[in-house]
Ligand binder design. Structure first.
Ligand SMILES: [Zn+2]
Length: 121
């Protein structure tokens, strides 16, 4: 049960890490980030959902686009990994105390938002 909770927490954290990477990347390039489907910066090919799974797709594709082999920045992978680890830590530290857990999640969102804005200015 604990393993399932850790895996779920890690997956949710990795998804948020992926989302914040996307927001930061697109804000830097001045792209719309809500309605624009994921695409390669190099060849502009749409990325299918099965190549858009945080951490796993990066490892499977060895950090390159599935179509043109353009390098995917390693910082995306690092953010997904660290976000996943942070969410596991948040669950462990909070010990299921909901207010503490919410504070830790809010702290994560605040830091990631500041980093996204800071890097895109
Ligand atoms: Zn490409």
């Amino acid at each position: 049960m604990e393993n399932l909770l850790s895996i779920s927490s890690f997956a949710i954290g990795a998804l948020f890490g992926s989302f914040f990477s996307l927001v930061q990347d697109r804000a830097t390039r001045g792209e719309e980030f809500i309605r624009t489907p994921s695409h390669c910066v190099g060849c502009n090919t749409k990325i299918p959902f099965y190549y858009n799974i945080p951490i796993l797709s990066f490892l499977f594709l060895r950090g390159r686009c599935h179509n043109c082999r353009e390098k995917i920045p390693k910082i995306f992978f690092i953010k997904e990994l660290l976000s996943g680890m942070y969410f596991i830590l948040a669950i462990e530290i909070s010990n299921f105390n909901i207010p503490v857990l919410l504070c830790l999640v809010f702290f994560y969102f605040a830091i990631m938002t500041v980093l996204s804005i800071w890097k895109s200015i």
